[in-house]
Ligand binder design. Structure first.
Ligand code: F6P
Length: 363
């Protein structure tokens, strides 16, 4: 039998490690012949654009390099399958049958798990024996059920280290300043909250942290900044890209309104918008820094634990498919904090697809 694997959604430092996990496990499995990579997520299956991974990844060095390479080596997509679009599902089935694909692995976030869910339902209804398995990834860490998502650890490490370096840089002058750092994470504040690790290590900054889980108000923000300015010459603010300024508090929009296939707004610009507000209303030196894609592609500072776990969860997915599982997503279950121990399990994809895990208010 053959298998196929694809990557979907926003890239991370660890998503290629999960691909290596699938590939390496397949190499160890005599029943598996070809391992196909689908180009640009599910679109490669729809268009029959597959690459034979065994002809591309030929040495252990290739695997090691891929494990540590950011981005999605197979390309990506944000394509939502429409269950009424029978033709697309038929094309997927034609591709699976043409290449004798017995299992399909989709590495992605909560939107991509929607594809896993729809595809596994269709396969079941069509009476085909093709296993459809989801492998999680996202720097946003917003997938329910799983303790955390591959990719988050590396992004959190980058964010915490970079914010600490910015704190050093912006505190050199004896003039008042405000530095606003915009951090990704969509509607969940996990990544922005990871800057708290600095406080756990004795750092006072970031002095203010704003997450999308809370309400935002410009006047309260200005009061917060002024209160911190009374204590610190250089105020550092961490703000999540998903924080929204209420429409009635700002003229015009700081976002371009573009949405993806799943209806998610392209989020970017809150840092710049707050910079303008501080400049106009407080009038001190102010700078905004958008960490942007560096937080998901800075492999030079990736977390070893993250990369190792990403590979392990990819391998586990292959074993789950071989054991007959389908319509499942692999998850981490925390066994112990100290020492840190996690276990990989599989859960119904319906529990994960299209759902977001916010940062809890407490606990
Ligand atoms: O979902 C991961 C993520 O990196 C989010 O943090 C961010 O909002 C989004 O992707 C950006 O999307 P794109 O890769 O399409 O620019």
């Amino acid at each position: 039998m053959n298998i196929a694997v694809a990557q979907s959604g926003g890239p991370t430092c660890a998503i290629n490690a999960s691909l290596v996990g699938v590939f390496r496990e397949a190499l160890k499995t005599p029943e598996i012949d070809a391992v196909f990579g689908s180009v640009n997520g599910i679109e490669g299956i729809i268009k029959d654009e597959l690459v034979n991974l065994k002809s591309i990844i030929t040495t252990n060095e290739d695997m090691e390099l891929l494990r540590q390479t950011p981005s999605t080596v197979l390309g990506s997509c944000r394509r939502k399958l429409d269950e009424n679009d029978e033709e697309t599902f038929e094309r997927i089935m034609t591709c699976f049958e043409k290449h004798r694909i017995a299992a399909f692995f989709y590495i992605g976030g909560n939107d991509s798990m929607d594809t896993v869910e729809k595809l596994s339902r269709y396969v079941k209804k069509a009476g085909k024996d093709i296993k459809i398995i989801g492998i999680p990834k996202t720097i946003d860490n917003d997938l329910p059920v799983t303790d955390h998502t591959p990719g988050f650890g590396s992004a959190a490490k980058y964010v915490a280290a970079t914010v600490q370096e910015i704190i050093r840089d912006c505190s050199v002058y004896s003039i008042e300043s405000v530095t606003i750092i915009e951090i990704m994470g969509r509607n969940a504040g996990w990544l922005t909250a990871s800057t708290c690790v600095l406080k756990a290590n004795g750092e006072e900054a970031p002095h203010l942290i704003y997450l999308p889980e809370g309400d935002f108000d410009i006047e309260r923000f200005l009061e917060d900044v002024r209160a911190e300015q009374a204590k610190h010459m250089a105020v550092v603010v961490a703000v999540s890209e998903g924080v929204t300024i209420p429409e009635d508090q700002l003229e015009g929009s700081y976002q371009n309104g573009v949405t993806d296939n799943f209806g998610h707004k392209y989020l970017s610009g809150i840092g710049k918008a707050l910079e303008t507000i501080v400049r106009d209303r407080i009038g001190c030196k102010v700078r905004s820094i958008e960490l942007n894609v560096m937080q998901r592609c800075s492999s030079h500072i990736c977390s070893k634990t993250d990369i190792d776990e990403a590979e392990q969860i990819g391998s586990y997915a292959v074993r789950a498919a071989l054991a007959g599982e389908t319509g499942k997503t692999m998850v981490f279950r925390r066994i112990s904090d100290i020492p840190y121990v996690v276990k990989i399990e599989s859960v119904d994809t319906a529990l994960v697809a299209n759902k977001e895990k916010s940062l809890p208010q407490a606990g």
